[in-house]
Design a binder for this molecule. Structure first.
Ligand code: NAP
Length: 247
């Protein structure tokens, strides 16, 4: 029970990697604040955690909106008085971006301004807003841990345009946050998984005609997140751990 009573905000905890991380952290004793937009998904996550003997609440918020992130932080502080952990997981590559395309690669010059902004909002603005509003809470406490979910697409020469740029941005933001918060006892790291079997990934695979692609498990990613939260030494900060979820 290495996370006993740690107040743990997990974004995108309605399904996929976020849900798996919520279950894994709860098994270590963490109190989970599961956040996403879809209340029904959050209810399911909370029920799964409670059935497993853990503690969790849910808050439905659109995290691309600064006011909703502030309201999330206010609500957690009113209820629990602190935030020990942030798992910055919400993100994705929504169907409308790639639907109807003949090939997966969208060349940089083919992105519309609207598509580009939408992907950056979901994948870089959300983790920025959560760090912006939660790091000051951790600084006041003199402790805290953040793990963000980047992607292999942010670590290599990728065909995924704005998504890869945002995921690479998470790695840079992790390093910046780490050097700016180390003196306050805060540890900031990231994980960069390859392809992982989640509801979001299955929709993508189907749309691009790759239903049979090999995928890793969300539980493996969750275990890496929990490792960073429980066992990584304090000096290990600003790191992005590549996870070879697929070979
Ligand atoms: N699956 C993979 O292969 C893979 C690989 C590498 C990295 N990743 C990254 O891992 C993270 C989780 O991916 P996943 O595959 O588990 O995705 P998923 O199955 O699509 O789940 C995404 C979660 O994020 C939430 N979310 C999305 N937009 C949000 C918003 N504006 N406000 C609040 N919550 C929001 C979704 O809930 P609502 O829609 O209800 O808000 C959902 O709970 C993402 O950052 C993704 O980029 C995934």
């Amino acid at each position: 029970m290495k996370l006993q009573d740690k107040i743990t905000v997990i974004t995108g905890a309605g399904k996929g990697i976020g849900r798996a991380a919520a279950l894994a952290a709860a098994r270590e004793g963490a109190t989970i604040v599961a956040v996403a937009r879809t209340q029904a998904d959050l209810d399911e996550t909370v029920a799964m955690i409670q059935a497993d003997g853990g503690r969790a609440i849910s808050l439905s918020r659109d995290l691309t909106c600064g006011e909703e992130v502030c309201s999330l932080v206010d609500t957690v502080l009113e209820k629990f008085g602190r935030i020990d952990i942030l798992v910055n997981n919400a993100g994705g590559y929504p169907k409308e971006i790639y639907e109807g395309r003949e090939h997966q690669a969208i060349r940089l010059w083919e992105w519309s301004e609207g598509q580009w902004d939408q992907i950056i909002r979901t994948n870089l603005r959300i983790p920025f807003l959560c760090m912006k509003h939660i790091l000051p809470v951790m600084i006041r406490q003199g402790s805290g841990k953040v793990v963000s979910v980047s992607s292999r697409m942010g670590r290599i020469a990728s065909q995924m345009g704005a998504y890869a740029v945002a995921k690479g941005g998470i790695v840079t933001m992790t390093k910046t946050a780490a050097i700016q918060t180390k003196e306050y006892g805060i540890q900031v790291n990231a994980v960069a998984p390859g392809i992982v079997d989640t509801p979001g990934q299955r929709v993508y695979n189907h749309s691009v005609g790759q239903d049979d692609v090999k995928m890793g498990s969300a539980e493996d990613v969750a275990n890496a997140i929990v490792y960073l939260l429980c066992d990584a030494p304090d000096v290990m900060t600003g790191q992005c751990i590549d996870l070879f979820t697929t070979t």
